[in-house]
Ligand binder design. Structure first.
Ligand code: FAD
Ligand code: NAG
Ligand code: NAG
Length: 538
């Protein structure tokens, strides 16, 4: 016989499942997929989890924030959130989950700053580890011949920048936006306008401390446990939780000359970009973006941007046409202003942009690196930051970029009012070999980032459905042409798709998984490996 409370509990349980189910069905319709995780039996292991001895704590309440991310399209509620104080908290929790493995299908996801796009840092009915609460040990700088800083992997890049600048130092390679965690970007790559010179962020790390899917704490580097080191870099969180990272530093500049010039022809634009990233004497940062039928984007440029020739530039509008904007920056210190200006004039004189369209700005190094945060605050104010973000990030081989540009910028997209489209080349020939990051076969390829925001109330061309549909058309164009495209911040639904994504790297990736996380406990939100459920093992 069931007691009345047991009965009620069971009813509640069923009701809850039903609600989650309905919620998911709705999300499927609304958001076009994203809700294909299976339904695990939750919470029967809560008691044993509650007995874990931790310096931090586990919370079974206020789970909302762990079911959210920047993409704002996936919402999987976890069973609990771990707020770790120490590496030991993380390792003993995972060890516990690993040891009770046979009777549960509990998964564990590290959550950095939750700026994933499709639930990658979520764990349906599993444990989410709030990496930002791992504050210890404190940042520690080494300023001998090799400068570096040891940081907690839950640290935000913006904090590392501020701390290292106190010593006149800074990391070498960045992302465009700095309110992201070290663990989160190292699990992908960390690519920005410095990658052509220094490689992505995964190139600029000397050592990691990692907690594997068995709960072991392992220090790894090129010299020590190199297989795990390579696996974890760009490893989408599959082999372990990064708890500490040793990041390369360089002397920081004080100021930045930040320059934008316009092109109306893609081939001219991309030739200039390619020349710039291949030259010895060049800028310190090289990116670019596309403007399609969008006068707003030109007018909205930060007020600190001064056209060199205001008369000519004010006549410029992208209405009715496609423009390409090269964005470059030169770092300098105030005492070198004159020589920097001369150097910039020489570099610009070799380029073939539309002569009247030089936009110049001078900002501090922090202002430059933290530039996206300025836009974030503006959008926050208008309530436009927490909207769905159906982003698409592609890597396209150089040999296929013209064809891609013609089709996508010329035919598929009719405007760029949904958000910026970044495009810039890199040459990976000097990048660290053997990491998990997947790139096209050619050394020289382009990163193209379609950074769309879907306005919530909108159903037309700013609506989610329209943008998702455009993304699909772009993907299917790449597929049809077999242009060697790889996704960055990849999102795939089935293991077949993942195998295709990894190509010849799949075997190594899967072997590392079986070695470091044999029960597939970690980062279930990537949907690469599925945690075997207890009932399925029988
Ligand atoms: C506004 C904006 C701008 C961006 N610009 C760039 C850019 O210029 N270049 C670029 O390369 N990327 C860029 N990104 C993408 C960004 O690098 C990734 O989304 C990154 O994963 C976000 O970091 P996070 O700390 O929020 O990670 P989360 O979203 O919290 O986690 C991402 C994945 O990594 C796993 N993970 C998190 N922490 C750890 C850890 N410590 N150990 C192991 N696994 C972990 C999670 O489980 C999840 O699978 C941008 C994103 C946004 C929102
Ligand atoms: C700007 O446009 C106006 C009107 O179209 C034209 O008369 C003028 O010559 C243009 N100015 C420059 C500097 O090209
Ligand atoms: C990429 O870099 C390598 C090594 O520096 C160089 O040999 C190669 O020519 C570069 N590729 C292109 C297309 O510039």
């Amino acid at each position: 016989m069931k007691s009345p409370t047991q009965f009620l509990f069971q009813q509640k349980h069923i009701l809850l499942k039903l609600l989650i189910f309905i919620f998911c069905i709705c999300s499927i319709n609304r958001n076009n997929i994203c809700c294909n995780q299976h339904f695990a039996t939750p919470s029967s292991f809560s008691p044993s989890l509650k007995q874990l001895k931790l310096e931090g704590y586990l919370s079974f309440e206020e789970l909302n924030y762990a079911a959210k991310d920047f993409g704002n399209r996936c919402h999987f509620f976890p069973l609990a959130i771990l707020y770790p104080k120490s590496v030991l908290d993380i390792s003993s929790t995972i060890k516990h989950v690993f040891e009770i493995g046979a009777i549960t299908d509990l998964t564990v996801a590290a959550r950095g700053h939750g700026h994933s796009l499709e639930g990658q840092a979520q764990a349906y009915q599993g444990l989410v580890i709030n990496m930002e609460s791992l504050q210890e040990p404190a940042m520690k700088f080494n300023i001998e011949e090799l400068s570096y800083v040891d940081v907690s992997a839950g640290e935000l890049w913006i904090n590392i920048l501020h701390e290292s600048l106190k010593l006149g130092l800074a990391p070498k390679s960045w992302t465009d936006y700095l309110h992201l965690t070290v663990g989160g970007t190292l699990s992908n790559a960390g690519i920005s306008g410095q990658a052509f010179k220094h490689g992505p962020q995964i190139n600029n790390v000397y050592q990691l401390e990692v907690v594997t899917g068995k709960g072991e704490v392992i220090t790894c580097s090129e010299e020590q446990n190199a297989d795990l080191f390579h696996g974890v870099l760009g490893g989408l969180g599959q082999f372990g939780i990064i708890t500490r990272a040793r990041i390369a530093l360089e002397t920081a500049p004080k100021q930045v000359k930040w320059i934008r010039v316009l092109y109306s022809d893609f081939a001219t634009f991309s030739n200039d970009q390619e020349d710039l990233i291949s030259s010895q004497d060049t800028f310190d940062y090289i990116e670019g973006f596309v403007i399609i039928n969008n006068p707003g984007l030109l007018n909205n440029w930060r007020s600190t941007f001064h056209p060199k020739d205001p008369l000519l530039a004010s006549n410029f509008s992208s209405a009715g046409r496609v423009l390409f904007c090269l964005e470059v920056a030169k770092y300098f210190n105030p005492e070198d202003t004159d020589s920097t200006d001369k150097n910039i004039d020489i570099l610009l004189s070799k380029l073939n942009y539309i002569q009247s369209t030089v936009f110049l700005s001078e900002v501090s190094y922090v202002e430059f690196l933290d530039r996206v945060h300025v836009s974030e605050m503006k959008l926050q104010e208008k309530g436009l930051w927490d909207v769905p973000h159906p982003w698409l990030n592609l890597l396209i081989p150089k040999s296929r970029i013209l064809e891609f540009a013609q089709e996508v910028f010329g035919k598929i997209l009719t405007d760029t009012s949904n958000g910026p489209i970044l495009i810039y080349p890199v040459n990976k020939s000097k990048w660290r070999k053997g990491t998990s990051m997947v790139t096209p076969d050619e050394d020289f390829f382009y990163l193209i980032a379609f950074l769309s925001s879907a306005t919530p109330s909108s159903t037309g061309k700013d609506g989610l459905e329209h943008i998702v549909d455009q993304n699909k058309r772009i993907l299917s164009f790449c597929e049809k042409r077999r242009n060697g495209m790889k996704q960055y911040l990849p999102n795939h639904k089935t293991q077949e798709e993942w195998k295709h994504h990894f190509g010849p790297q799949w075997e190594l990736f899967a072997r590392r998984k079986s070695m470091y996380d044999p029960l597939a406990i970690l980062a279930p939100g990537q949907r690469i490996f599925r945690r075997a459920a207890a009932c399925e093992q029988q």
